[in-house]
Design a protein around this ligand. Sequence first.
Ligand code: SER
Length: 626
Amino acid sequence: MQSEEVRNKFIKFFEKRGHKEIPSASLVPEADSTTLFTGSGMQPLIPYLFGKEHPAGRRLVNFQRCFRAEDIEETGDNRHTTFFEMLGNWSLGDYFKEEQLTWFFEFLTDVVGLAANRLYVTVFIGDQKNNIPRDDESADIWQGLFERKGIDHKVVPIGRASIGHQTGMDGGRIFYYDASKNWWSRKGKPEEMPSGELGGPDSEVFFDFGTPHNPKFGKYCHPNCDCGRFLEIGNSVFMEYQKNEAGRFEKLSQRNVDFGGGLERITAASIDNPDVFQTDIFKEIIEKIDQVNPKLDISVKRVFADHLRGASFLIADGVRPSNKDAGYILRRLIRRVIAYEIRHDVHPDLLAEIPRVIVEKFKKVYSNLDLDQIIEVLKIEKSKFKAALSRGLNELAGYKEINVREAFHLYETYGLPFELIIEMAPKGITADIKKEDFDKEFEKHQEASRAGKERKFGGHGMLLDTGELKATDATELQKVTRLHTATHLMQAALRKVLGESISQRGSDITVERTRFDFTFDRKLTDAEVAQVEDLVNEAIAKDLPFQYEEMPLDEAKKSGALYFFKGKYPPKVKVYYSGDSLKSAFSKELCGGPHVTHTGEVGKFKIGKQEAVAEGVRRLRATIDG
Ligand code: SER
């Protein structure tokens, strides 16, 4: 079957059974700030799963555009995509397991025409700790369904089945698994769910492509094995629990069904080809890439096809490349494609040609796709990225080893996304970097940058009217970060030259300069200015570590660290200092960051204009080179 037929038939099938079709929501969730993207059809339906009345009734069906950023790194194999269409049907406190499993089985076998003996199913083994029973009801229903088709339907006995990893197929058709496989909530397993979240046991259907097991994925094959023999093509979630404040699971006021199945995967099963990139969905896209550059590795072609499709749909839903949140994910998609393009010397029009094919293929169904807009956004991003990329790749080629800080530096300075650093780095030099560590580093910096944007830069939110950071992207953030460190060094130097009585009255940092106001009642002489500059430049030349210690506020004040006397500080604060120890530090200040890691990164420091801003308050401007 072609995807269009699968999509239409799914909707018709459920319409015939009393379901109303609801539209596909935006990829950018409208009323849900907990997630960046719509990643499943149920997300826009949360209030209705809790019991609110849906205007279209209690039986709903749709196809929903979805995006899962967590699959960026998986993309390149034959079945993972970041963007996909999810076929979904819902019972909002109406029908339950019997109807759901029967209908989905009928849809797969009688409508799509999949052979029932190629289907394998899984059910929830239960969770004693959380008092959630085993789902024998679903196992019984499945037995009946296979029985009716005359297909063997052994339930693999408990105690062995849940550990399919150890027993393999065991001649089974129906398999029990634990919450890591057969429990669904937006936040994962029962223990991982925050209070208030809803979830439930689920039952998945797998299609058996019959490909040989790859022992790299474990000794035995079983439905949830990742070797590629089995492809999960649909998931019926029996959404009937909510985690309460005490961490216990309670029944919701109604029993819901939340079904989702990937259109790409069901289509792949229907043509009996485990490669979703060979379905009609991707066929023309891949053909176009082949035309342009037939020598590309298959996994690179898949990345091109997936990322450009994902990017096109994100752009159509209003996302623009940036350094945070959804914009950052879009930027990663686009930059990965551009980097491949440059590295493999791909025809330069790919960024225009592929979206053309994508829009042509999907615009009948998704009328928001606007080719000119997509091409324009891609073009702008490419021009922003190109120059920095070649500099970044040059630097990368010179590394002997890369740790997470250096990886982040490459990202921050040149915009090299994590995947690229790993892919483009000379072999074997990035062995120790984990994506989680990079993400942690990224989050640390995002928080710092957000703090800056909220005019909190300079320390714990207390400098509301005295300190400000002005940066709009990573390169600018890096520059103001260096200037921020320079400001600490300058304040320390001013006190050494002019005496301990001076104290900060304000600061403002832009990409061009730092501006610092402090109590002092006359103009600084040229000699004093030169002395301050020399002290700062000496500290820079020593390349002192610039680091912080977190400590209770009292202790921080006692340490001699500078702080803003009007400031409201939290009970625990960070003291940033330059040097090997807090005691011997050249500078120390209570501050929220961000800062460089070594003073050498600051560059050459120079004081510029000075003026009086109020009675007894002087203002200095200073710059750094580069
Ligand atoms: N919410 C479930 C999933 O995403 C079923 O729709 O798999």
